[in-house]
Design a protein around this ligand. Structure first.
Ligand SMILES: C[S@@+](CC[C@H](N)C(=O)[O-])C[C@H]1O[C@@H](n2cnc3c(N)ncnc32)[C@H](O)[C@@H]1O
Length: 267
């Protein structure tokens, strides 16, 4: 059982930073949304390095994390030094959860649904293990406009070299497992769906910092082509950035957000 996250586990948090104040703000919002009590039991399929989970775990809530990648969960364990009694970590596939029906008050996912081979099976497993009175929170830490622009440009420059056989992320299911399209699927299944912005914050990065981040190949887009081609395209991309921005020292500022699709009455 392995996936490409095994290889990037040590780079994951540095390449997707969530400032600790924002993380606490997101946690406050989550706990309020689900009306958490000391008995509230959380499950997070695709827990990864625990970016969303860590502050909830530290506040003492019962938390079960499932992930296909042991390496990603090892990063979470490293941050905790030792696994506390309120945390259970299981290496398993989120498409087939080993829990009995109606066992959790809250199921939470962040950037995982698009990785499941079958979106509907993944959702049906979440629904099965969620109590009828429970909440499913589909979380998204959205990129800034500059990050989206960078990724879009790099993707376009890589496209001519791309070999389908080398794609590392699975094909995105249709409908999209995020935003409005996910909401429509859940509403059709009878759920009540609300979209909440848990946090907004300003991100400032120089052009050089953004480029350096891609050089480490921590994002799916960087794995669409073999290594030698990727670095060749990165050299072209640096030149393109110099022409566009004038210098790698130019600071780009834009807003990042943490959005939550809150699903209830999904019995
Ligand atoms: C983009 S990361 C998100 C990690 C974490 N939720 C976060 O927001 O930082 C996706 C995670 O889902 C895990 N994953 C991918 N496919 C999975 C599957 N079928 N079952 C369980 N975990 C899976 C990966 O190993 C990785 O840790």
């Amino acid at each position: 059982m392995s996936n490409y996250y095994d290889g990037i586990a040590p780079l994951y948090d540095v390449s997707r930073p969530l400032p600790s104040l924002i993380s606490e703000q997101v946690t406050d919002c989550i706990l309020e949304l689900v009306k958490a009590t000391p008995e509230t039991k959380f499950l997070e399929p695709g827990i990864g390095t625990g970016r969303t989970a860590l502050p909830i775990i530290k506040r003492g809530y019962s938390y079960t994390g499932v992930d296909i990648s042991k390496e990603m969960m090892d990063e979470l364990k490293r941050k905790l030094h030792e696994v506390p009694d309120n945390l259970t970590l299981i290496q398993a596939d989120a498409s087939s959860l080993m829990f009995e029906d109606d066992g959790f008050d809250v199921v939470l996912t962040t950037h995982v649904l698009h990785l499941l081979p079958n979106l509907f099976q993944g959702l049906s497993e979440i629904r099965r293990v969620l109590k009828p009175s429970g909440y499913y929170l589909a979380c998204e830490n959205l990129q800034t406009q500059h990050q989206k622009d960078f990724e879009g440009q790099l993707r376009a420059m890589l496209a001519p070299y791309q070999e389908k056989s080398l794609q590392t992320t699975q094909v995105i299911s249709y409908p999209s497992p995020y935003g409005e399209e996910l909401a429509q699927v859940l509403i059709q299944q009878g759920a009540t769906v609300e979209r909440v912005t848990a946090a907004r914050w300003q991100v400032e990065q120089t052009v050089g910092e953004l480029l350096d981040a891609y050089e480490l190949r921590p994002y799916g887009v960087c794995w669409l082509v073999p290594e030698n081609i990727f670095f060749q395209v990165m050299r072209e991309f640096r030149k393109w950035c110099l022409e566009r921005y004038g210098s790698e020292d130019v600071v780009l500022a834009s807003e990042a957000t943490f959005e939550i699709t809150v699903v209830s009455n999904w019995a």
